[in-house]
Ligand binder design. Structure first.
Ligand SMILES: O=C(O)CCC(=O)c1ccccc1C(=O)O
Ligand SMILES: [Mg+2]
Length: 370
């Protein structure tokens, strides 16, 4: 493969309803779509999942734009790339900036699979052509949460995640559990507790949650290990797992029973697959995390979720969960609790250019001639 040109689309779309976590309420989503084009005009698509502000990780849409235009894209333009795994070495001397790297890397995975005339998920040795769907409730208001869960269960979702934070935890989960005694339910704290909150975290054990996601801070791998010893409920790490080495440390210290893998957070599909493989060897369960993303990232998440270890439903919801109209065609749909993974080459979805252009706020072309 030789990438001749890259088109950058910075886009912005309102969410159907606000999405509230312990850290931030998101009303409108900004993102970057990357289109890589080779010498013959073949195209691949990737999405940068950083937010407008650094509330979830340090990266933002602007830092990613800077990294891509000034450093990462020039590194891949007009260079012979045999396999998307080569990007690890090509990006090696640039630290961090995982979401920027992942956006470009995933676009090149899509292009590579299209050149091979194979679906991305089979290129990645996936083992299933449909994946179980889970959904996240975006409010801490008890009545609204219960109402939303009713709708999601009618839609067929197999697992529901609710966001908790200090003061919006025990009572919220208790009421949801009372309404839905058999629901596959989990809670995500987005790092809003400390070890001083041991009692309330332990009190959640009575609700038979599938797991509690990221209760403590991003750099609390040791503290999570102390907490996990006290809890019956498995801990799932999200924000704490940025690198393969983080996953190794968490496993060695027994800091969690589960890891949420997000392609953007870990710097691309290659790293996501490596962490998946490591977890499989060590009996750590994995599932695919969501980033309130647009369809391109959603499509990459679907492909990743076909890997053998992704047995727990991920944050894989329909396009319509967040968007009036997504930027891919067809939109992602959930039927009987599952999302079908397409069999067309690459990510298997087309870009809905009408929609993409309408939500684009800035566009730039970078090519070899520069
Ligand atoms: O895309 C989704 O389904 C929402 C997933 C979610 O909870 C989330 C969304 C944005 C940032 C962080 C997280 C998280 O998993 O912590
Ligand atoms: Mg999370």
């Amino acid at each position: 493969m030789r990438i001749h040109e890259v088109n950058i689309f910075i886009i912005k779309m309102p969410l159907k309803q606000p999405f509230t976590t312990a850290l931030e309420t998101v009303n409108e989503r900004e993102g970057i779509i990357l289109e890589v084009i080779d010498e013959q005009g073949a195209k691949g698509y990737g999405e940068v999942v950083a937010f407008s502000t650094p509330w979830y990780t340090e990266e933002t849409v602007k830092t990613c734009y800077h990294m891509l235009t000034d450093l990462l894209i020039p590194l891949v333009l007009d260079k012979q790339i045999n396999h998307p795994n080569d990007l690890q070495m090509i990006f090696n001397h640039i630290r961090g900036n995982h979401m920027a790297k992942a956006g470009l890397e995933t676009a090149i995975w899509d292009l590579y699979s299209k050149l091979e005339s194979k679906p991305l998920w089979t290129v990645m040795n996936g083992v299933r052509d449909e994946v179980p769907a889970g959904v996240v409730v975006g409010t801490a208001n008890i009545n609204d949460a219960i109402e939303q869960i009713h709708v999601y269960l009618e839609d067929g979702y197999e697992r529901v995640k609710v966001k908790i934070k200090p003061g919006k935890d025990y009572q919220l989960i208790k009421e949801i559990r009372t309404y839905f005694p058999k629901l596959a339910l989990m809670a995500d704290a987005n790092s809003s507790y400390t070890l001083n909150d041991m009692d309330v975290l332990k009190s959640l054990d009575e609700f038979n949650l599938l797991m509690i996601e990221q209760p403590l801070a991003v750099d609390d791998i040791v503290e999570h290990s102390i907490l996990q010893k006290e809890l019956k409920t498995p801990i799932c790490l999200d924000e704490s797992i940025i690198t393969y080495h983080d996953a190794e440390s968490a496993i060695r210290l027994n800091s969690c029973g589960v890891i949420n893998i997000k392609i953007g957070r870990v710097g691309g599909l290659r790293n996501a697959i490596a962490i998946h493989d490591l977890c499989q060897k060590n009996d750590i369960q994995v599932w695919c995390g969501g980033m309130i993303e647009f369809g391109v990232s959603r499509a990459h998440n679907l492909a990743l979720s076909t890997k053998e270890g992704f047995t727990i439903p991920g944050d894989l919801s329909a396009s319509s969960r967040f968007w009036e109209e997504d930027i891919i065609y067809p939109q992602v749909e959930v039927a009987n609790g599952k999302v079908k993974v397409p069999n067309q080459p690459g990510i298997g979805f087309d870009i809905n250019f009408n929609r993409l252009y309408r939500v684009t706020t800035y566009r730039e072309n970078i090519n070899c001639k520069h």
